[in-house]
Design a protein around this ligand. Sequence first.
Ligand code: UFG
Length: 323
Amino acid sequence: MSERETSVLLTGGAGYVGAATADALLAEGHRVVILDDLSSGHTDTIPNEASFKTGSYGETDKMEELLRDARIDVIVHCGAKSIVAESDEHPDRYFANNVQASLNLLNAACNIGVKRMVFSSSAAVYGAPTSSTINEATALAPVNTYGATKVAFELALRSFADAYEMQSISLRYFNVAGSTERVRERHDPETHLLPRLIHAAESGEPFFIYGNDYATPDGSALRDYVHVADVAAANLAAVNYLLRDGAPTGHNAVNIGSGVGTSVKQAISAVERATKRTVNVQVQPRRAGDPPRLIADITRAVALLNWRPRQSETTRIIRSLIG
Ligand code: UFG
């Protein structure tokens, strides 16, 4: 199939990863239809070149109509609720949105014969693994409801691939961070490390480090930060993979990270260097459910999708956040 003629339905396209993905797909010449309920997305990040529909992906009839009318070839499913703490407080909402509504979308796609899907999954599917790096064969053992919903939908994709010849790729994002010229993280409340650190450096307000007694080289937790533009490029690579003539049916899970671990203390030093300010660090107890280390083995992403992180050095991510 010619890549130039393809239409992509992008759920959650008004969100952080979704908007960056829309830009990457459009730049490659794909037609993009964004569907977003605007529960956490922003209309001002929707590119002019994309068509936009507001609503939920959970209404099977409406989805069938949209998939048919817009002649969708591939679905990129970024839409989700994604706040870990909230997911444990309100599992009903997370299962309804991330699993039940996603299943309705999947059924609509199957009914219409749209048999390609790229799914935004998460390193949260692995829980708190002990291995130094995580590959896709690492056991799925989520430690929060958010991760459990991502596992549940991945398993559905696997079954649909086996039974109905769906082709799907679950991209397991590690710690997505950074800004592009058009897209930045706008979470409210902001819980993520790098935006919080930059805010602390610029405002002088205290920064709380959650635990400095982990069994890691400097005692603080290690994470794999991956630039949102690289994540968008991974979505594009997955779409192109599924559109290739003769792409095999089946479900593939693929880690998307930088492959490099950065500790909270290293991130503090990097933000201090970049902002030329001192962060007022206060040590707090560990945050519940935080794994000591989450670092991706990205061998499969390179082999299957020919994708590599290009902008994910932590200093570069931090510079993109500062502007
Ligand atoms: N941290 C602090 N202080 C802060 C914020 C974070 O010390 O103010 C620490 C955390 O304890 C953790 C690290 O910085 O060790 C990274 O924390 P983030 O909140 O930025 O990210 P998480 O690793 O907790 O979560 C990310 C994604 C989730 C996903 C998860 C996968 O945001 O969506 O990875 O496990 F589920």
